[in-house]
Design a protein around this ligand. Structure first.
Ligand SMILES: [Fe+2]
Length: 179
């Protein structure tokens, strides 16, 4: 077998990694795709949250810097359980930063400077979009009897809505620059 014969190697690799599951094949494939998308978004949102934590400025520095650190820890803690749910369903998960970049729907922010309020608003929108994706994945889990993934998602949706709440409140009432 040639080393470039990806379909044969891929087929072999897939069957060797096929953890047994009694859930339907179509169901686990759809759930895995949704959970891998969430894991990629969790990485993207984690890094953006830390980016803003590291590059925060202004008189509210301490509050915002610490808030984003707390949020980053919470987001990071989702990644391993998400990827392991996918493996428990007999599917494969994230392999690299390049793989994350292909799957992420949350956009990076590589701007040289972002004003404090813009950081909070950007993250608030991302967290809102993230909870919408989490709800969609939850629906898929419900439809296919994956109660374990569904119950993890319920906690993460609550956490994501809490982050949205804090980001929303923290960005109200300051002047337009956040200073
Ligand atoms: Fe830090």
């Amino acid at each position: 077998m040639s080393k470039t014969d990806k379909s044969s190697n891929g087929g072999q690799g897939r069957s060797a990694l096929a953890t047994p599951t009694d859930l339907s094949e179509n169901g686990v494939k759809a759930i895995a795709a949704a959970l891998n998308g969430l894991a990629a978004d969790a990485f993207a949102l984690y890094l953006k949250t830390k980016n803003f934590h590291w590059h925060m400025s202004g008189p509210h520095f301490r509050d915002y810097h610490l808030l984003l650190d707390e949020h980053g820890d919470q987001i990071y803690a989702m990644i391993d359980p998400l990827a392991e749910r996918v493996r428990k369903l007999g599917q494969t998960t994230l392999r690299s930063i390049g793989h994350i970049a292909k799957l992420q729907s949350i956009k990076d922010n590589d701007e040289a400077f972002v004003a404090p309020l813009d950081m909070l608003r950007d993250l608030e929108q991302d967290n809102r979009a993230f909870s919408a994706s989490q709800r969609k994945a939850h629906e898929l889990c419900d439809d296919n009897g994956d109660v374990a993934s569904a119950s993890l998602l319920e906690v993460w949706i609550d956490e994501t809505e809490r982050r949205t709440w804090f980001l929303f409140e923290a960005s109200r009432g300051a002047d337009p620059t956040g200073h």
